[in-house]
Design a protein around this ligand. Structure first.
Ligand code: ACO
Length: 428
């Protein structure tokens, strides 16, 4: 066990307890810093701030490790189903066969959305961005379940609220996809598993009996698992901070969806595909020009760089292999894949990217798979949200079970000092 951390300020020494995590991650607990010294820490973007002690996900950005509840992302993405992973994240252990089938059955009983929610949905123009629709629909669920507004008093009600949200996500996401096409929505069928049901509702039609190919189901399953949690990223921190005010689950998750939408976060998967199309159509495939412009800070290379991964993103490694496999199995020959590989190669061999440790992230290749599966580009971030749902919910659940303090950072004020009020007629 490490000694306390010592801080010397204005000739006085203060001690702060050291906290050590399972994987020897270390922090010093500055909870009493301001009370004892009058100082706060300054850490724009929370690059060095541990906001919670969590049991859910372990990530080592230097070594490229990602684990959910101790299981490696490599094992989970190749051996488990998305619902097994969702169960693991939510309840802490992989389900037994019986637990899994009960979980699936319970979810299937909650897949329908209230017909009045459809009325909220109907008023969105067909060109509305899918993420704006998703954010609104999830927040609107709170109006349909008033019993969920302050659920922490009753664990069964908390669980029902969680089940409802998880069960309705595929229905909501595929409704949004259908609106983009101007097609009637397809209702869920309880005889199908979670992923198959989602794909049927997204790609089937009221006029046919579409069943997704196993290649497509497996690819979707892998992608959802890879996105299922990622510890304290921007959207998860948003969910936790909103949840810390004891806002209900739907409001907290709606806020997480808003955070995910941004192009520096989950919105990057849409940006990557649009960037690759731009390179193909406008830059005539000249990746060197694109890399040069990125180095001149004229543009970002979307899908490159990560706040935490400074070696490689293990999810990107898995997705790159999956991308090759899925496109080959589906017989898709997408010239954008060749451009993506050329761009990756050019960037990884350029000192600018090497020195800054900028590697492809989860969003770099995922869009190419989504495209090959048939999803329109504006839907990509919605698919990220569908995958991230168990992670967001687990983090919200953990926060509430521990009854963590309300999230409320401090600041350093740099605005004007006190000045006298000047009446409007006297202002120059
Ligand atoms: N293209 C070009 N230059 C980049 C990129 C990029 N994608 N990312 C970072 N850099 C440069 C920065 O300009 C900076 O250069 P400097 O040292 O000369 O000032 C340096 O690399 C360090 O970048 P930071 O912004 O400090 O890195 P940070 O950790 O704050 O940001 C982020 C990480 C936001 C992901 C950033 O890399 C980025 O914007 N990437 C593109 C968007 C993207 O793909 N986002 C998805 C991330 S994964 C996810 O959220 C699911």
């Amino acid at each position: 066990m490490a000694d306390n951390a010592k801080l010397t300020l204005d000739g006085k020494t203060y001690e702060f307890p050291v906290i050590t995590g399972t994987e020897d991650e270390k922090a010093f607990d500055i909870g009493k810093l301001r009370a004892q010294t009058g100082y706060v820490t300054f850490d724009e973007g929370y690059k060095n701030t541990g906001a919670t002690q969590s049991n859910i996900t372990f990530l080592d950005g230097e070594k490229g490790i990602l684990r959910y509840r101790g299981y490696s992302i490599e094992d989970l993405s190749s051996k488990a189903s998305f619902l097994e992973v969702a169960y693991l994240l939510l309840y802490g252990e992989l389900p037994t066969k019986t637990q899994l089938s009960n979980f699936e059955e319970t979810l299937n009983q909650h897949t329908l959305v209230h017909e009045n929610l459809m009325k909220v949905f109907e008023v969105f123009p067909s060109g509305s961005h899918p993420m704006g629709q998703l954010m609104t629909l999830i927040s609107a669920l709170s109006s349909f379940y008033p019993d969920s507004l302050s659920p922490s008093k009753n664990p069964e009600l908390v669980n029902l609220t969680i089940i409802r949200l998880l069960a309705k996500m595929p229905t909501l996401c595929s409704m949004i996809m259908k609106k983009g096409k101007g097609h009637p929505i397809v209702y869920p069928q309880n005889k199908y598993d979670y992923v198959t049901n989602f794909l049927r509702m997204s790609f089937g039609n009221v006029t046919d009996d579409y069943m997704p190919d196993k290649v497509v189901v497996d690819a979707m399953n892998t992608l959802l698992i890879l996105h299922a949690d990622h510890e304290q990223n921007c959207s998860t921190s948003t969910v936790r901070i909103v949840g810390s005010s004891h806002a209900n689950l739907y409001a907290s998750i709606g806020a997480g969806v808003a955070a995910l939408w941004g192009p520096r976060h989950g919105g990057a998967n849409q940006e990557v595909l649009e960037m690759l199309e731009h390179i193909r159509d406008i830059d005539k495939g000249d990746v060197k020009k694109v890399v040069a412009e990125a180095k001149d800070k004229k543009r970002l290379l979307f899908g490159f760089g990560h706040r935490v991964y400074k070696n490689f993103d293990p999810r990107a490694k898995i997705i790159k292999v999956a991308c090759d496999n899925v496109l080959a199995k589906l017989g898709v020959n997408d010239p954008l894949l060749a451009i993506a590989k050329e761009l990756e190669e050019a960037a990884l061999n350029d000192p600018y990217f090497v020195e800054r440790k900028l590697y492809p992230n989860v969003d770099f290749y995922s869009g190419l798979i989504y495209k090959a599966l048939g999803f329109p580009t504006p839907m990509f971030t919605v698919l990220f949200a569908l995958g991230r749902m168990p992670g967001w919910i687990s983090q919200w659940k953990e926060l509430r079970e521990k009854n963590e303090d309300i999230g409320r950072p401090r600041q350093i004020y740099n605005g004007p000092a006190l000045r006298p009020f000047v009446a409007v007629n006297d202002r120059k």
